[in-house]
Design a protein around this ligand. Structure first.
Ligand code: ZN
Length: 240
């Protein structure tokens, strides 16, 4: 089965910040889209300023895994679309939330906490340690990998305890961060992955792309039984 992936990017920094446009001339989503296509997946981009943010009912119905990057315009995402995405996650669509997506409406709604954290922009080295070496999201990685320059995110990260913690980041300045967190909500699998500040070439780095592709495979819906809710007047066994 060919996995169908929608890479959602807010796409505002590219319009307003020259340095971001230079770093990602086709949009921050494009290197991710290109890599997933190289991996044999059917990947498309969607951005905030498209009608319905590019996340129509039809588009979501044909999405196995949704990747989400947002930062400066979380508030511009319509609540009705957020609810639509939430429903799809509960039905089984995978969701991968990247970097500053920690403050997106959809992530905060699904987590139920503030999702707040510490941050600093100081060109620091990030060393990302694998803490679940058997986990499919770590396939092909070493014990750790490094990103030469990134924004720092530090603990405490106000999210629910993850079902599985896959990565812990160390930063040059001394902070640490739970940078790869797995959750399930309804039938849907959610992965939060920290790296990806818009002024750094993070989404060109092979290990980062590898993690995202691994996470797509992990988060893809499985063919379990369909679920029904509500009143069940007919018991399976005879009563009384
Ligand atoms: Zn950032």
């Amino acid at each position: 089965m060919t996995l169908r992936v929608t890479v959602w990017n807010e796409g505002r920094h590219e319009k307003t910040h020259e340095d971001v446009r230079k770093m990602y001339p086709e949009g921050l989503h494009q290197p991710i889209v290109n890599f997933l296509r190289e991996q044999g997946m059917q990947a498309r981009a969607a951005t905030l300023d498209e009608p319905e943010h590019g996340l129509t009912e039809a588009a979501l119905a044909e999405t196995d895994v949704l990747i989400w990057w947002g930062h400066m315009a979380h508030g511009d995402v319509q609540d009705a679309i957020v609810e639509r995405v939430r429903q799809r996650v509960l039905e089984g669509m995978g969701l991968i939330v990247l970097h500053s997506g920690h403050f997106s409406k959809i992530f905060k709604l699904l987590m139920g906490t503030s999702c707040n954290l510490k941050w600093r922009e100081a060109n620091e080295r990030e060393r990302i340690w694998v803490v679940s070496p058997g986990h499919p999201i770590t396939e092909g990685l070493g014990e750790y990998f490094e990103i030469p320059r990134e924004e720092m995110y530090g603990e405490f990260f106000d999210v629910p305890a993850p079902d599985e913690l896959v990565f812990v980041s160390w930063f040059q300045g001394g902070e640490v961060f739970r940078s790869g967190c797995c959750y399930t909500r309804g039938r849907g699998r959610i992965f939060y992955f920290r790296p990806g500040h818009e002024t750094y070439p993070t989404y060109y780095q092979p290990e980062v792309l590898r993690v995202i592709a691994n996470a797509v495979r992990w988060a893809a819906p499985s063919a379990g039984p369909s679920v029904t809710f509500g009143q069940r007047p007919q018991p399976l066994e005879k009563l009384g």
